[in-house]
Design a protein. Structure first.
Ligand code: SF4
Ligand code: SF4
Length: 301
């Protein structure tokens, strides 16, 4: 059986599809949305997060690192040269202050299923199930297919949360095992999309049209990002596209937030959405009305 790289398994999730769900987050993403609140999802490798405020300067990490990535100078100043790190995990194991945390763990399909099945009763009572998210879960193609096959064998409702920027074959191979796709749309204008996410939106829009023509159940998810799509013309362009698709059950508008900011620092990454504010309630309502006017069922996250 395949194994894959998982960075989180979140039980009792109520925002990733219907009912109570377990959301399994797979590592790796081809997009670089500058506001991403899961920066630990982007890399396809495990990563060490460093939280300097928790460090007690014990020096254990310095002793065990075979790559000399950690250092403490004569003044007690701490240095972590993460470019040297080969993610062996030794420093994480000896850091009792939990200033070092490994994000990303290789798991087998049966290990993931053991976790997921713990809450089967809650899924059955709430109409929930399991959601595979990321990053972009369809990048780990063999792994997600096997996870979905096992999920269906275990009688679970399945959802896949995707940005769609993968070859169509990645959808084709999971299609029979997915009850619901949560499909992100950011912005329709290709140049703006490239600026905001680092990639062109052609492939993901074509895949979405194709998915709809296959009679898949789809929830559209739109993160509302200041300066990118928080205006009526942009939302109207998305609504025009969505109203031509069959199988769209809900359009969800998800307001930008800065909850992921601290994670960027812990990973040594630049946070490019610093200073951005969440859209107001009035703004979210104004944007929701664009979809209501077209009789598209819209939900605000
Ligand atoms: S092991 Fe942890 S607490 Fe000790 S110096 Fe290293 S990072 Fe700091
Ligand atoms: S994970 Fe291994 S290589 Fe990376 S910093 Fe820690 S001990 Fe060094």
């Amino acid at each position: 059986m395949a194994d894959g790289l998982v960075f989180n398994i979140q039980r009792f999730s109520i925002h990733d599809g219907p009912g109570i769900r377990t959301t399994v987050f797979l590592k790796g993403c081809g997009l670089r949305c500058f506001w991403c609140h899961n920066p630990e999802s982007l890399s396809t490798l495990p990563q060490v997060q460093f939280f300097p405020q928790k460090c007690i300067g014990c020096g254990k990490c310095v002793e065990v690192c075979p790559k000399k990535a950690h250092a403490i100078d004569a003044n007690g100043r701490r240095e972590f040269r993460r470019e040297l790190c080969r993610h062996c995990g030794r420093c994480v194991d000896v850091c009792y202050a939990e200033a070092l945390v490994m994000t990303g763990k290789h798991m087998t399909v049966s290990e993931v299923m053991d976790e997921v099945m713990k809450d089967k009763l809650f899924y059955d009572n709430s109409g929930g199930g399991v959601t595979y998210s990321g990053g972009e879960p369809l990048l780990q193609r063999e792994f997600i297919k096997e996870l979905l096959v096992e999920s269906k064998k275990n009688g679970l409702n399945t959802a896949v949360d995707t940005a769609g920027n993968v070859p169509w074959e990645a959808f084709e191979q999971v299609l029979p095992y997915v009850d619901l796709f949560l499909y992100d749309i950011k912005v329709m204008d290709p140049d703006k999309h490239r600026y905001a996410t680092g990639v062109n939106n052609r492939q993901l829009l074509v895949n979405l049209q194709h998915l709809a023509s296959c009679k898949a159940n789809i929830w559209i998810r739109i993160p509302v990002i200041p300066g990118v799509n928080d205006n009526v013309p942009e939302m109207r362009a998305i609504a025009d596209f969505v109203e031509c698709l069959s199988g769209v059950e809900v359009v969800e508008l998800l307001p930008f937030h800065r909850l992921g900011e601290g994670k960027y620092e812990s990973l040594g990454m630049e946070y490019k959405a610093r200073g951005y504010n969440s859209p107001s309630d009035e703004k979210m309502q104004e944007l929701a009305e664009v979809f209501e006017q077209k009789n598209l069922p819209v939900k605000r996250g």
